[in-house]
Design a protein around this ligand. Structure first.
Ligand SMILES: [Co+2]
Length: 451
């Protein structure tokens, strides 16, 4: 797999190397032939042989055309490797096999807003800057293609009311693992699969032993992260089975698309938040005879993403009054919005399932006991600074981790992210895409035909 050679920022150079090496090889071959000719070496004798082979093949073809029969000959060289097609309805072929060239499908391309960006699409300079980052974009597009294929199959063929949440979660996670060819820190799931229900907006995934069943009247947010070499796609959608909730879902999808449209190089974060709020709050929903305004959840937001770093420091508000900080060239952003029929404000509630190492912390002098050290080294090996779920620790062979994990939290080696919920009885929906602000254009990498 070519990705193995493109691990680091040095990827920029690896694009060039094959070309240089090829021409070197060709040069060598040429020089050798020249030398051989001078020395009268008969190595050339093999070449006429090849020529006659070719001629024979031509003759055979002509003969066949004339209706004469001859023994079929195997083709000398296998043609270009056949591009595989994905299986249907369930995708089972790893996505890398579908794109053997290493060129993955581009997301939706949009122009950066603001007049000062008008030159970017056609600028030669911006185009060449764009090419420099191609290896990075390809990693993100690879992760996005896995995201699309896994989620579309999951939406259409897996999610059904009556199923246990834990079974649904594992089926989507395992599909990602298969399609992305999971390998710790190189390719896999980027954070716990969010499965938050109804008034819970985020950060719920079933813990081991959770028996929750998806109900006919539930509103469920699936927030799925995939990554290639730490390039994260953070992308979420909402599902309901009772059509009465559809206006809520539609409002939030429109608000997220507004955020995506507004984002761009040199755009102020506060302007994105204001545009989102305006659209979100132009909607309302009637549930069982009562009309509810749809509110933005004001203490949740989008964020920029860096390698192995899901929240890299900048937040994209979903209400007005946010920071005036500007978005910059080549930043990756998760643009996500949450709409609620409740207060539009979330608090930490219930059992924690999501955990992550602090990106900026490297040493933990308070950690003494062996079991804590062992668990931390397993976390380093499997997740590094990516978020993980308690179920993922089980899978990694650490089935009795709870007390040790709590100790890691106490020593501040690991940070807990408990479920975030609005008031009971309310409903929250979420839509999210990952975009990159390329020098030439804005690319909505995770865009699909579904949302
Ligand atoms: Co996100």
């Amino acid at each position: 797999m070519t990705e193995d050679q493109k691990v680091d920022g040095a990827a920029v150079h690896t694009e060039e190397n094959p070309v240089k090496e090829l021409s070197k090889q060709q040069l060598k071959k040429l020089r050798r032939k020249e030398k051989e000719k001078k020395e009268g070496n008969t190595d050339d004798a093999q070449e006429p042989q090849q020529d006659t082979d070719d001629k024979k093949e031509e003759e055979t073809n002509e003969a066949e055309a004339d209706g004469e029969k001859k023994a079929p000959r195997k083709p000398k060289k296998p043609k270009k490797p056949k591009v595989k097609k994905q299986t249907e309805p369930e995708p089972t072929i790893p996505v890398s096999k579908l794109f053997p060239s290493g060129k993955y499908p581009e997301g939706e391309i949009m122009e950066h807003p603001l007049d000062l960006n008008n030159y970017r699409m056609t600028s030669e300079e911006k185009r060449s800057q764009d090419e420099l980052f191609d290896a990075t974009y390809q990693e993100a597009r690879h992760a996005a293609e896995v995201h699309r294929q896994a989620r579309q199959w999951f939406q259409k063929h897996v999610v059904k009311p009556g199923a246990k949440m834990i079974d649904l979660a594992e089926s989507l996670e395992n599909k990602v693992r298969q399609l992305i060819e999971e390998q710790p820190l190189k390719a896999g799931i980027a954070f716990p699969l969010g499965c938050s229900l109804n008034h819970c907006a985020a950060h719920y995934t079933p813990n081991p032993g959770d028996t929750t069943v998806l109900g006919q009247d539930d509103v469920v947010k699936f927030d799925l992260g995939t990554h290639i070499n730490g390039r994260i796609i953070d992308c979420a959608f909402t599902m309901c089975f009772n059509p009465k909730y559809q206006p809520l879902l539609d409002a939030v999808r429109e608000a997220t698309n507004t955020g995506i449209k507004t984002a761009g190089i040199d755009v102020r974060l506060c302007d994105v938040g204001e545009a989102i709020q305006e659209v979100m709050e132009s909607h309302e929903i009637e549930l069982d005879g009562k009309v509810y305004p749809i509110k933005c959840v004001r203490n949740l937001n989008g964020h920029n993403i860096e390698r192995f770093r899901i929240h890299a420091g900048k937040t994209v508000p979903i209400v007005r009054g946010g920071p005036e900080t500007k978005m910059e060239e080549n930043e990756f952003y998760a643009i996500e919005t949450f709409g609620s029929t409740g207060k539009g404000y979330v608090q930490e509630v219930g059992d924690c399932s999501h955990y992550m190492k602090d990106y900026n912390k490297f040493s933990f002098p308070n950690l003494r006991d062996k079991s804590s050290k062992d668990l931390l080294s397993a976390i380093d090996k499997n997740f590094s600074t990516l978020a993980f779920a308690r179920r993922y620790l089980d899978r990694a062979g650490h089935t009795k981790h709870l007390l040790t994990l709590r100790n890691l939290v106490k020593c501040e080696a690991v940070v807990p992210y408990p479920p975030l919920c609005d008031v009971r009885g309310s409903y929250v929906a979420q839509y999210e895409h990952t975009i990159v602000l390329r020098p030439t254009c804005k690319e909505v990498i995770s865009r699909g035909t579904d949302y």
